[in-house]
Design a protein around this ligand. Structure first.
Ligand code: FE
Ligand code: FE
Length: 580
C-alpha cells in the first residue's frame, strides 16, 4: 500500500520510522513546512506544504491509497477533507480537530466515500493497556468502583510546542479519557478539576475527578513535570484490583519509548482495517464524546465548580451503508430463521417461568449484555433503562409509564435460558433483539433490510406469504404472532399468574409491541388493526420517542435513582422478583 505522510514533527517521525519497518506499507512522500529532505531515505520524496499544486498532483495519483496525518492539530481538518475527497484512506493523530462540527464532517465524508478514517488514540494499542482491557472485559475484578490514571510528561515541552498545543485537556488528558471510557464501556456524567501553574489552557498540573454513569469514580492526575515519562493506571473492582505500576524513575524516557509498540500496532491495525474493510475501534462517537469531555474539563476550571457533562444529539436508527456488520448479520439471521414454526417453538421453550429473579438483579445482570442489533451508541442496558424512565418522569408522564421505561427491555434476560443456536444467547441475538415483524403473513418491504425478506422460508408458503396470511382482517394485534424477541417474552412474563402486578393494559401493550417498528413507525399491518389497537396506537408512538431519545442527552447517576424506582416497583408489583 502506497502512503504519504503529512507532518514530520514529534509524532510524524515515529510514523515515518514505523512505515519503513512495516512490510505492507510503502511510504512515498513526506509533506512538511520545513525542508526535511536530508532526513529522508533516498527513495522517499519531500514535498513542501506550501506547494499546493504538487500536493494536488499527489492526491490525484491513484497509486497512493492512504494518507497519514501527523501535522499540528489545526491543520488536520483541511488535510483530512482533501485526502478523503481524493478517495484516500486516512490515518490521523488524535484529536481530529478541536472544532466539534469538523469532527462530524470528517466522519460523514469518510462514510459517504466508504473510506477508513482511523484516529490514533494510541493507548488502545498499548500491550499493557490492552491486557487490562481484556481482563475488565472478562469481568475479572467485577464492577469497577474506582480507577486512577497518572500521566506525567517528559521532557518539559518546548515553548514552540506549547504555543501550538490545544491545551492539557485536549492534548494530554484526552488520551486518558479515551482509554478510560473504552475500558469501562461507560462515560463520565460530571467532572471537577483543579489546575495549577500555567495559562492558555496549558497547566503544569491538573487533577481531574470524574463520576461515571455506572457509579465509577475516576481520578486522573496529569503533570508536565517529572524525571521520566510516567503513565500508570489502577482499577479497584468488587473482586480485586488491577494495577499497572510500570515506571522507571529518572530513566529520562519519553512517549516514543513508552508507546513504541502501540504506534507500531496502530499502523498495522490501520492497514488491516483497509484491507479487511473493518471498522476502526475509535468511532465517530468516541471522538465527539472525547471532545465534549475535554471541553467540560476546561469549563470546570473556568467556572471553578463541578460540571454536568452534556452529550450531543445523535441520529438514531441509521441503517445505511455505515451500519456495523454485526447489526446487518443480526437482521439477516432473524429474517432467515424466524418463521411461524420457529416462534411456536420459542413460545414453548420460554413458557415455564421457573427461575425466580429479583427485578434489580435482572436489570443489573443485563449490563453485561450488548445489544448487537443496535446501530446507536451503546450504553450499558441499565443506563438506557434509567434514561428512558427519567425522561418520562421529567415530562410528567404517568408513573406506570416511567416504570415500563425502566423495565421495557428486561425481556433480554432470556439469554439465561437461551442459546446461540436459537438466536437467544449472548453472542447470537437474532431472536431476542432488533425490530420484530408478524409471522404467518407477508413481510412488508418497509422492514429494515427488505432485501432479506426473500430468505424467509414462510415467504414460499402459499398462505403465509399473503397480506392477511393465516389471520383475519381486523383480528387485532393481540391475535397475531410476532417474531420472537424480548418484547413478547416480557409480555408473557408479566401476563403469567406467577407474576401478579397491577400494570394497566397500555403498559403491557407497549411492552409487547415496542419493537414492531413496521407497525408504529411505517404503518404496516393496518389490515389487522382492531378497535383496541386504534385506541392504543398513540401510546406506542409516545413511548418510542423516549425509547430512542434516551440514547443520548445527559447521563444520569444510577445510585441516586434506585430508591425512587424501587417505590414504583413496590406500587405495581406484588413482589420484588419475577419468575422468568
Ligand atoms: Fe426494546
Ligand atoms: Fe429500549
Amino acid at each position: 500500500m502506497n502512503v504519504i505522510l503529512f507532518g514530520f514533527g514529534r509524532a510524524g517521525k515515529i510514523h515515518y520510522h514505523n512505515c519503513l519497518k512495516n512490510a505492507n506499507i510503502q511510504l512515498t512522500h513526506v509533506i512538511d513546512v520545513m525542508d526535511i529532505s536530508d532526513s529522508l531515505q533516498s527513495n522517499i520524496h519531500y514535498v513542501d506544504y506550501n506547494d499546493k499544486d504538487k500536493i494536488h498532483c499527489l492526491m490525484k495519483n491513484t497509486n497512493i491509497q492512504a494518507v497519514l496525518i501527523a501535522s499540528p492539530t489545526y491543520l488536520h481538518f483541511e488535510m483530512i477533507m482533501l485526502a478523503l475527497n481524493f478517495n484516500k484512506h486516512v490515518f490521523v493523530e488524535k484529536p481530529i480537530s478541536n472544532i466539534y462540527d469538523n469532527i462530524e464532517s470528517c466522519f460523514k465524508l469518510a462514510e459517504q466515500k466508504n473510506l477508513i478514517l482511523f484516529v490514533g488514540f494510541n493507548r488502545r494499542f498499548d500491550p499493557l493497556l490492552m491486557d487490562i482491557q481484556e481482563k475488565l472485559e472478562k469481568n475479572e475484578i467485577g464492577k469497577i468502583h474506582y480507577a486512577t490514571t497518572t500521566s506525567r510528561d517528559y521532557p518539559y515541552p518546548t515553548q514552540e510546542y506549547l504555543n501550538k498545543s490545544a491545551g492539557m485537556f485536549n492534548d494530554c488528558a484526552t488520551h486518558d479519557i479515551d482509554y478510560m471510557c473504552w475500558m469501562l464501556k461507560d462515560k463520565p456524567i460530571s467532572v471537577s478539576v483543579m489546575a495549577s501553574n500555567g495559562n492558555n489552557y496549558n497547566y503544569d498540573h491538573v487533577a481531574i475527578h470524574f463520576k461515571f454513569s455506572m457509579g465509577t469514580i475516576v481520578s486522573m492526575n496529569l503533570s508536565r513535570v517529572a524525571s521520566s515519562y510516567d503513565q500508570r493506571c489502577e482499577f479497584f473492582g468488587e473482586f480485586g484490583e488491577i494495577i499497572n505500576n510500570d515506571f522507571l524513575q529518572n530513566k529520562k524516557l519519553s512517549f516514543p519509548q513508552r508507546y513504541e509498540q502501540s504506534y507500531i500496532n496502530e499502523l498495522q491495525e490501520f492497514y488491516t482495517c483497509i484491507i479487511e474493510h473493518k471498522k476502526p475501534s475509535v468511532s465517530k462517537y468516541d471522538c465527539m464524546n472525547n471532545h465534549i469531555i475535554a471541553k467540560a474539563c476546561q469549563e470546570a476550571v473556568n467556572q471553578n465548580k463541578q460540571i454536568t457533562i452534556k452529550y450531543g444529539d445523535l441520529e438514531f436508527r441509521d441503517f445505511s451503508s455505515s451500519v456495523p456488520q454485526r447489526v446487518k448479520d443480526n437482521y439477516l439471521k432473524a429474517r432467515s430463521h424466524q418463521t411461524f414454526d420457529f416462534v411456536t417453538k420459542m413460545q414453548q421453550h420460554f413458557g415455564n417461568f421457573d427461575i425466580k429473579m429479583n427485578i434489580w438483579d435482572i436489570l443489573e445482570n443485563l449490563n453485561d449484555l450488548v445489544d448487537v442489533s443496535d446501530p446507536d451508541i451503546s450504553h450499558p442496558n441499565l443506563f438506557h433503562a434509567f434514561q428512558t424512565a427519567e425522561m418520562m418522569r421529567r415530562d410528567d408522564l404517568p408513573d406506570w409509564m416511567q416504570l415500563i421505561g425502566l423495565i421495557h427491555d428486561i425481556g433480554k434476560i432470556m439469554y439465561i435460558k437461551g442459546s446461540d443456536e436459537t438466536g437467544t444467547g449472548k453472542k447470537e441475538q437474532w431472536a431476542m433483539v432488533g425490530d420484530t415483524f408478524i409471522v404467518g403473513c407477508q413481510l412488508p418491504n418497509t422492514l429494515v433490510f427488505p432485501e432479506f425478506n426473500t430468505l424467509n422460508p414462510d415467504m414460499k408458503n402459499e398462505i403465509r406469504s399473503t397480506t392477511l396470511g393465516i389471520y383475519q382482517k381486523g383480528c387485532g394485534l393481540d391475535n397475531v404472532i410476532c417474531s420472537w424477541g424480548h418484547d413478547e417474552y416480557l409480555y408473557r412474563i408479566l401476563s403469567c399468574n406467577k407474576n401478579p402486578n397491577s400494570l394497566p393494559i397500555q403498559a403491557l401493550y407497549i411492552i409487547r409491541f415496542h419493537s414492531l417498528y413496521a407497525y408504529h413507525d411505517k404503518l404496516e399491518y393496518m389490515q389487522f388493526q382492531s378497535h383496541k389497537d386504534k385506541t392504543l396506537f398513540h401510546w406506542l408512538k409516545l413511548f418510542n420517542k423516549y425509547d430512542l431519545y434516551s440514547k443520548s442527552d445527559i447521563l444520569l447517576d444510577s445510585n441516586t435513582l434506585k430508591s425512587y424506582y424501587t417505590g414504583l416497583i413496590q406500587k405495581y408489583f406484588d413482589n420484588d422478583y419475577l419468575f422468568i
